[in-house]
Design a protein around this ligand. Structure first.
Ligand code: SAM
Length: 217
């Protein structure tokens, strides 16, 4: 559960690499680093997640809400939750949602200890978050995602894959490679956690991968 002390939200402990002091510049940095393709990518992520009206959706490592907010426009008010261990990112996300008048439950939490009941969500999505985690946290996070998904629910992970395109090689050079050595290792970790139908979906951008995995019904 998130720690609350005298009404002030505290950052949960995590071994993941959080984004803190530059949270308010994150959206601008994303726009620059993606050469203006961030909005297109975010639309692709939400579309790939296949969210339907009424779905209960969890965005893990939601950052500034770039996917959680559009997800809520489809799933409906009160159906989307976003978690991130960075108070600064959650603060930006809450402000953006309020400005757009979209109701999203943004909470401080880390993937390795999700503060939700078993079988709470139809869809869990994560974008550009897995490469922020060491391998043991990735595995612990996959187990938590499986736990909070309803039977038959699905997990969509979108992230960077280094070396598959020029942009991917540049990304890899700057250290945005995965701690789990390869995409195959991420797929294997999902299967070992008890997900089925772990499958890579087509991506319109060579440096991005989309993985979908189902919790058995
Ligand atoms: C590159 S940002 C991606 C944010 C957002 N999903 C997006 O696509 O714009 C990675 C996020 O992962 C968060 N993060 C780091 N460790 C985490 C953990 N253990 N659990 C959940 N999120 C974590 C960071 O604070 C950061 O907001």
């Amino acid at each position: 559960m998130p720690n609350h002390s005298a009404g002030v939200e505290q950052a949960p402990k995590t071994e993941g690499r959080t984004i803190r002091w530059w949270a308010r510049f994150y959206d601008t940095a994303s726009w620059l680093m993606s050469f203006g393709q961030d909005a297109r990518t975010n639309r692709e992520i939400v579309a790939r997640a296949g969210i339907k009206p009424g779905d209960r959706v969890l965005d893990v490592g939601c950052g500034t809400g770039a996917q959680a907010i559009p997800s809520a426009m489809i799933a409906g008010a009160g159906n989307v939750t976003g978690i991130d261990p960075s108070p600064e990112m959650i603060d930006v996300a809450r402000r953006k949602a309020a400005k757009k008048r979209v109701e999203v439950d943004f909470r401080l939490a880390a993937i390795e200890e999700l503060p939700f009941e078993d079988a709470s969500f139809d869809v869990v999505l994560s974008s550009f978050m897995l490469h922020h985690l060491p391998e043991d946290v990735t595995r612990a996070g996959f187990a938590q995602i499986r736990r909070v998904l309803k039977p038959g629910g699905r997990f969509l992970a979108a992230d960077l894959v280094s070396g598959r395109s020029l942009v991917g090689r540049v990304i890899g050079f700057f250290g945005h490679a995965h701690k789990l050595k390869s995409l195959d290792a991420i797929k294997a970790a999902l299967s070992e956690t008890g997900f089925e139908a772990v499958e890579e979906l087509p991506s319109s951008q060579g440096h991005l991968f989309f993985l979908i995995a189902k919790k058995p019904a």
